[in-house]
Design a protein. Structure first.
Length: 141
């Protein structure tokens, strides 16, 4: 797929004449599924917010996007692994985390329920850090 900011060339035909143009891709700002923030808070102990493309590009990362950590619950799995407010979660297990829906997908995967602990990747400042996190709850929605 295309990234936000990239252009997509299109051609359509109107009255037997081709018309060419370009569409600029933008990031989606659709709301998350109800209860998703609460589930992530209960399972990982973090509150997350998707980063806009401009802010993420300033990190000069090889990843396609990330979720900014807004809060970390004391004694939670994230807190125990040293995740801090301001970190950017960019991956878990083998998947990138560019949206809360990505986190929901990861937590629902069968291989994650068998994988303990789960590898995560964060950006802190200019560094990409890796850790392993145990999940607090293992309930499916």
């Amino acid at each position: 797929g295309q990234r936000a900011g990239e252009e997509l060339a299109i051609t359509s035909v109107r009255k037997d004449s081709p018309i060419s143009g370009k569409l600029a891709m933008v990031s989606s700002t659709r709301p998350s599924k109800p209860g998703l923030n609460e589930r992530v808070w209960g399972t990982l102990g973090i509150k997350l917010s998707p980063m806009n493309d401009g802010d993420f590009k300033q990190l000069n990362s090889r990843y396609h996007g990330g979720l900014r950590v807004l809060d970390v619950r004391k004694s939670s799995p994230a807190w125990q692994q040293g995740i801090r407010t301001g970190d950017v979660l960019v991956g878990m297990h083998i998947w990138e985390t560019t949206s809360l829906e990505n986190i929901a997908y990861i937590l629902e995967r069968e291989e994650i329920s068998k994988e303990e602990p789960v590898v995560f990747y964060i950006i802190r400042g200019t560094e990409t850090l890796q850790g392993q996190i145990r999940l607090a709850e293992r309930t499916r929605p």
